[in-house]
Design a protein around this ligand. Structure first.
Ligand code: OSB
Ligand code: MG
Length: 368
């Protein structure tokens, strides 16, 4: 039995160590909403993966703030004994998955902390360390890209994902492949291509890539299936998979052979486990994606990535790949390019008060 007494929404911003450019835009800082729940059993923290603009998804920070403040949090405060599994249909709210995921994370954190149980153990983790890859933004030049990749490989990352967009693709990836013939490489197009880009895909198919992530529109599973039939390289879906039902549809259509699981994109950790379960039952490998999270969301991602179906390295990079100073104690890359899964109760991490103060743009408390 848990009673939620109040919620606090907090907009934070952290400068990125280097700009992160994708096919849909460039970020110089990480701006996101943190949720802190006060319950009769203690507090819990959640992080929303939405960004400042509706580009990766239709959700963005100002909209997620309103969805939380005016709809989701009031419904949570009105509920008797709200369970984490209730959050997906809380208040009859449709969509707004990233906002719901943040709230679910905070509720799980509060409950698990009260029980003294780690999130990883609750979700069904079978590993205490996870293999880590790194996602490399579109660089200023091929030379700059090769230099960045060299740095990440030297740090120990076991898989490198290159962001691509039309015109900044085959030549860039070839340059990296030539410099690192044996590296585990993948590319992520963030939905920037169409089936008319057959030449690009034919060329990428020759470069020994682990996968091509979200090449086509987030809404087009049929075209992804058509493209997958033409390629030897597995397609991995990210934006297209918003639920376990989407994963079932994508697999049934042959639209992908790998799935990127992001708890925020699918509406929470519990749905992320269901996506994992669907894929595992069908024999598809999954891996844990990222949204440049602070240490709060990173802790949740690492717990998820410790489930048995996460057989490929994730975008779960160390704090230092993103921030000079994280909100939490920093996550660091360890032996063999692996990172430790947090073992403390709940998320196993907390924001440092000094860092919270330094990074906060706005706070609003919603009393019960
Ligand atoms: O498509 O995976 C993506 C970051 C923001 C939005 C979308 C994506 C990404 C990344 C970064 O690739 C992954 C990370 O290091 O967190
Ligand atoms: Mg992606």
């Amino acid at each position: 039995m848990t009673r939620v007494l109040a919620a606090e929404l907090r907009l934070v911003a952290l400068p990125l160590v280097r700009p992160f450019r994708t096919s849909f835009g460039e970020e110089r800082e990480k701006e996101c909403i943190l949720v802190r729940l006060e319950t009769d059993r203690g507090e819990g923290w959640g992080e929303c993966v939405a960004g400042p603009r509706p580009d990766f998804s239709g959700e963005f920070n100002e909209a997620a703030w309103l969805a939380l403040r005016d709809h989701l949090v009031p419904a949570l405060l009105a509920a008797d004994d709200p369970r984490p599994e209730d959050v997906r249909s809380l208040g009859g709210v449709r969509g707004n998955r990233m906002a719901k995921a943040a709230l679910e994370m905070a509720l799980l954190d509060a409950e698990l902390r009260a029980e003294g149980r780690s999130l990883a153990s609750f979700l069904g983790a079978t590993k205490d360390r996870v293999a880590c890859g790194v996602s490399v933004g579109i660089a200023g030049s091929p030379e700059e890209l090769v230099e960045q990749v060299a740095g990440y490989l030297a740090e120990g990352y076991v898989r490198v994902k290159l962001k691509i967009e039309p015109g900044l693709d085959v030549e860039r990836v070839r340059a990296v492949r030539k410099s690192f013939p044996d590296a585990a490489l993948s590319v992520d197009a963030n939905a920037a291509y169409t089936l008319a880009d057959a030449d690009v895909f034919r060329a990428l198919d020759e470069l020994g890539l682990l996968m091509i992530e979200q090449p086509l529109s987030h809404e087009d599973l049929v075209d992804h299936a058509e493209l997958q039939r033409r390629l030897a390289t597995p397609i991995c879906l990210d934006e297209s998979i918003r639920s376990a039902a989407d994963a079932r549809a994508a697999i049934a259509l042959g639209a992908c052979r790998i799935v990127n699981v992001k708890q925020g994109r699918v509406g929470g950790l519990l749905e992320a486990v269901r996506v994992h379960d669907v894929c595992r039952a069908q024999g598809l490998p999954v891996w844990c994606g990222g949204m440049l999270e602070t240490g709060i969301g990173r802790a949740a991602n690492l717990a998820l990535a410790a489930l048995p179906g996460f057989t490929l390295p994730g975008d779960t990079s160390a704090s230092g790949r993103y921030f000079a100073e994280d909100l939490t104690e920093p996550f660091v890359l360890g032996p063999g390019g692996t990172m430790a899964v947090p073992t403390g109760p709940g998320l196993g991490v907390e924001p440092r008060p000094d860092r919270l103060r330094a990074c906060t743009r706005r706070v609003e408390r919603i009393p019960g």
